[in-house]
Design a protein around this ligand. Structure first.
Ligand SMILES: O=C(O)CCC(=O)C(=O)O
Ligand SMILES: [Fe+2]
Length: 205
């Protein structure tokens, strides 16, 4: 993959306490980003998983696919990782670039497909035990711009909003997952699809 404007644009920090959220625009050259979007849309083994809330099963309001290093499996809350498929060359190249830029290493990626404005992810923290303390999560967005909101656990009125644009990279690190939750909100506006890739490092136990 070639270098892009990414190196010239200084990253922006979104919060100033209890964790770090750093955002870069234009990770890849524009033509590579749109090709990647089309390829992932067509090639990812998208599934609509279910979640159980208060003993009731619901379909998640988005499609997902897990990719990971060969042979990786996990306990804890990532039971679905047993269905991890091997990284594609395309995803490996992107992972290498993101690792170089962020200085963190990752061994799996959760791909999310938001088909329209009704697809979303509710408030949550990526704080599962298998991610360890102070996990670094790199979140790369392609396609439609979507609203991302961070809310502090103790002071719920502390909120930070960011419209995540096509070809942007958000890095959540430091103590962020222990103090803040994040969401992608629903909207009634007519929206085209968005793909988000969250790169994570699952620790061996
Ligand atoms: O789509 C996004 O930007 C966020 C996805 C997310 O929070 C997650 O997969 O844990
Ligand atoms: Fe998340």
């Amino acid at each position: 993959m070639t270098l892009s404007l990414f190196d010239d644009q200084p990253p922006v920090d979104l919060i100033n306490h209890d964790g770090v959220v750093t955002c870069w625009q234009q990770l890849l050259p524009e033509d590579e980003a749109s090709q990647l979007f089309e390829a992932l849309l067509a090639e990812c083994p998208w599934r609509q998983e279910s979640i159980t809330v208060y003993d009731q099963r619901h379909l998640q309001p988005r499609l997902t696919a897990w990719f990971g290093d060969y042979g990786m499996s996990a306990d804890g809350r990532y039971k679905k990782l047993y269905q991890t498929v091997a990284f594609t060359p395309r995803l490996l190249a992107l992972k290498a670039k993101i690792e170089l830029m962020t200085g963190y290493h990752f061994n799996c990626v959760l791909a999310n497909l938001y088909r329209d404005g009704q697809d979303s992810v509710g408030y949550h923290a990526d704080n599962e035990r298998i991610l360890g303390i102070n996990p670094a999560i790199a979140s790369y967005s392609l396609g439609e711009t979507r609203r991302f909101i961070l809310k502090h656990n103790q002071d719920k009125l502390q909120k930070v909003t960011c419209d995540l644009q096509h070809n942007s990279l958000l890095l959540m690190h430091g103590a962020l997952q222990h103090h803040w939750q994040h969401t992608i909100t629903k909207t009634k506006r007519h929206l085209t699809p968005r793909i988000n890739l969250t790169f994570r490092l699952i620790k061996p136990f």
